[in-house]
Design a protein around this ligand. Structure first.
Ligand SMILES: [Zn+2]
Length: 292
């Protein structure tokens, strides 16, 4: 198995991307980075790294961002401009993001954004001294930007979780808790809205994987938690997972990243709820479509 330069985790929110990021990053020669598309916006907002420090005080991210800004000749205004573009161009259903990947012309501002993204990834690659970057940004459109910026060397993992479990998870909101890694209030989301969101994002992942022409694997969250070693072996040849897994420096992601260590519990992927309901059976059929 040829090692890529970057493993990109794509999929819907609450599908277990942060857990997958941590498990891959635990392997020799791989490094968990969290949701890289949020790095610069989160850095400017003073959000926390998984090491417990603010990103601008974390030795890893402070070094990377300072060197990137110097290499790219970006002052504070330039960094803020890049942060705004990063959120806009990587928004999973944003019009500007989709125009950038499907439109006939690359605008000047998109080329500027892509150049700076390329330099950011180059600085990170050089800082990690040859380790494979693990980016759990999830956004399918951002996969295209990342593949264009790196000009190859990207392996995509399309992570799919049962929609019923995603609905259950998103129907529970969270209050803002900075120290727990919840940077803003997350209101509960309606079941219908989540079902539509799950369909659109997973369809967009298939489209963007095809457009990116990157090597790809599809993983079910339920298989990952039931048999993590075999699942990670699909991505890293000699995977080993046992005991507690240490969490490194993830710049953004689910609140799971704020734990110092994580454990994988077999059976945690089981879907709770009412499996006899029509809505469940319909969603279950859609999920089976992603057989892997
Ligand atoms: Zn850190």
């Amino acid at each position: 198995m040829i090692k890529p330069d970057l493993i990109y985790v794509a999929g819907a929110g609450r599908s277990g991307s942060t857990l997958l990021d941590i498990l891959i990053g635990h392997q020799e020669g791989y490094c968990s980075c969290g949701e890289l598309r949020r790095l610069i916006p989160a850095y400017l907002a003073g959000e926390l790294c998984s090491c417990g420090r603010r990103l601008n005080e974390c030795p890893v991210w402070h070094r990377v961002v300072e060197r990137w800004a110097a290499d790219s000749n970006l002052d504070q205004e330039g960094i803020k401009r890049f942060a705004r573009m990063e959120l806009e161009y990587t928004h999973p259903v944003g019009a500007r993001a989709w125009y950038a990947i499907l439109g006939p012309m690359r605008s000047w501002s998109y080329r500027w954004y892509l150049d700076n993204k390329r330099r950011l990834l180059e600085v990170l690659t050089s800082d990690l001294a040859g380790q494979v970057i693990v980016d759990s940004s999830k956004s399918p459109v951002n996969l295209i930007h990342t593949a264009r910026a790196l000009r190859g060397g990207v392996m995509v993992v399309h992570l799919v979780r049962h929609p019923w479990a995603v609905i259950e998870s998103l129907s529970r909101g969270h209050d803002k808790a900075h120290e727990k890694g919840v940077q803003r209030d997350i209101p509960p989301r309606s079941r219908v809205r989540t079902a539509v969101y799950w369909l659109i994002i997973n369809w967009a992942c298939q489209v963007c994987i095809r457009l990116s022409r990157c090597e790809s694997r599809r993983i079910r969250y339920e298989h990952l938690v039931d048999n993590p070693t075999d699942t990670i072996r699909k991505l890293c040849a000699d995977a080993r997972i046992h005991g507690e897994i240490r969490v490194g420096h993830l710049c953004a992601g689910n609140r799971l990243r704020m734990q110092r260590t994580v454990m994988v519990n077999a059976g945690a992927g089981l879907v709770a709820g009412a499996p006899d309901r029509l809505a469940y059976r319909l969603l279950d059929r859609l999920y089976r479509h992603y057989g892997c």
